[in-house]
Design a protein around this ligand. Structure first.
Ligand SMILES: CC(C)(COP(=O)(O)OP(=O)(O)OC[C@H]1O[C@@H](n2cnc3c(N)ncnc32)[C@H](O)[C@@H]1OP(=O)(O)O)[C@@H](O)C(=O)NCCC(=O)NCCS
Length: 220
């Protein structure tokens, strides 16, 4: 095989560049599709995420297992409006689900489904045309489930300080091709904040047990 004067192989170097280029293009396409999903239907993106989740099983470059949080920023649009002239609460719930889904996908490298959403609190309305920031963070993992804290913030474009609009906890379960729960990597809290949030998730799970018991007669 040919080598240059330093002993390195130019074909290997070119192959490496090609792989980096392909991965970069895929990342770019993912981001574009994700942003476009904010204003279009779910029908195109879900199969694409299923495809990506399979692809990422063999590539740890784009989605390192250690990253337990994601952040999305986008503008709220005129089509997001409710009758009061602000962003529709249902749209906010969709963004929460999407941000948490991206976070769960990143952590598990698997297709995931929402199994529980709790304690959504709308603190302030989001205005149309404002910059929205969604933060999603894994705070607890079970065998197959990921408990994700989602916070939404917004601000007028050009201003520095975000206002917190919403907080909630959402639980995703990683599923296999048959839709059955599958084992995920365990999240081990390290920082002071992660340990506090981990404890918060455990407390909420305990509280949910009694809520589920109260609800049981009415949902079966
Ligand atoms: C998610 C689903 C595959 C789980 O199947 P299941 O037979 O209930 O599986 P299990 O009982 O083993 O539960 C799987 C995990 O979900 C968790 N889970 C189940 N109900 C839960 C609840 N109410 N709150 C939090 N976690 C819950 C379990 O604790 C378990 O987590 P663990 O493995 O980390 O301990 C199944 O319920 C499902 O397909 N639900 C519909 C999902 C969906 O369509 N979502 C979109 C909403 S429109």
């Amino acid at each position: 095989m040919d080598t240059d004067k330093h002993g390195s192989n130019p074909y290997l170097y070119l192959s490496f560049l090609s792989v980096v280029n392909i991965l970069w293009c895929q990342l770019e396409l993912t981001l574009k599709l994700y942003i476009s999903q904010m204003v279009t239907s779910d029908s195109t993106i879900i199969p694409y995420f299923k495809y990506l989740s399979k692809t990422f099983k063999s590539s740890h470059i784009l989605m390192p297992r250690t990253k337990n949080h994601i952040e999305l920023q986008f503008l709220s649009e005129p089509s997001d409006v409710n009758y009061g002239g602000k962003v529709h609460g249902g749209m906010m719930m969709k963004w929460i689900d999407q941000a948490a889904f991206a976070c769960a996908l990143q952590w598990s490298q698997s297709y995931c489904v929402t199994v529980y959403v709790g304690g959504i609190r709308f603190f302030h309305p989001v205005h149309i045309g404002h910059l929205v920031k969604m933060e999603a963070r894994i705070i607890y993992t079970g065998k197959t489930s990921m408990h994700i804290a989602v916070d939404a913030f917004s601000k007028p474009v050009g201003q520095t300080d975000f206002v917190k609009n919403t907080h909630c906890i959402i639980v995703f379960v990683a599923v296999d091709d048959e839709g059955q729960p599958k084992v995920i990597p365990a999240f081990k809290p390290k920082t002071e904040k992660e340990i506090a949030m981990h404890g918060y998730a455990i407390k909420l799970m305990e509280l949910r047990k009694s809520i589920d018991k109260e609800m049981e007669p009415y949902i079966v």
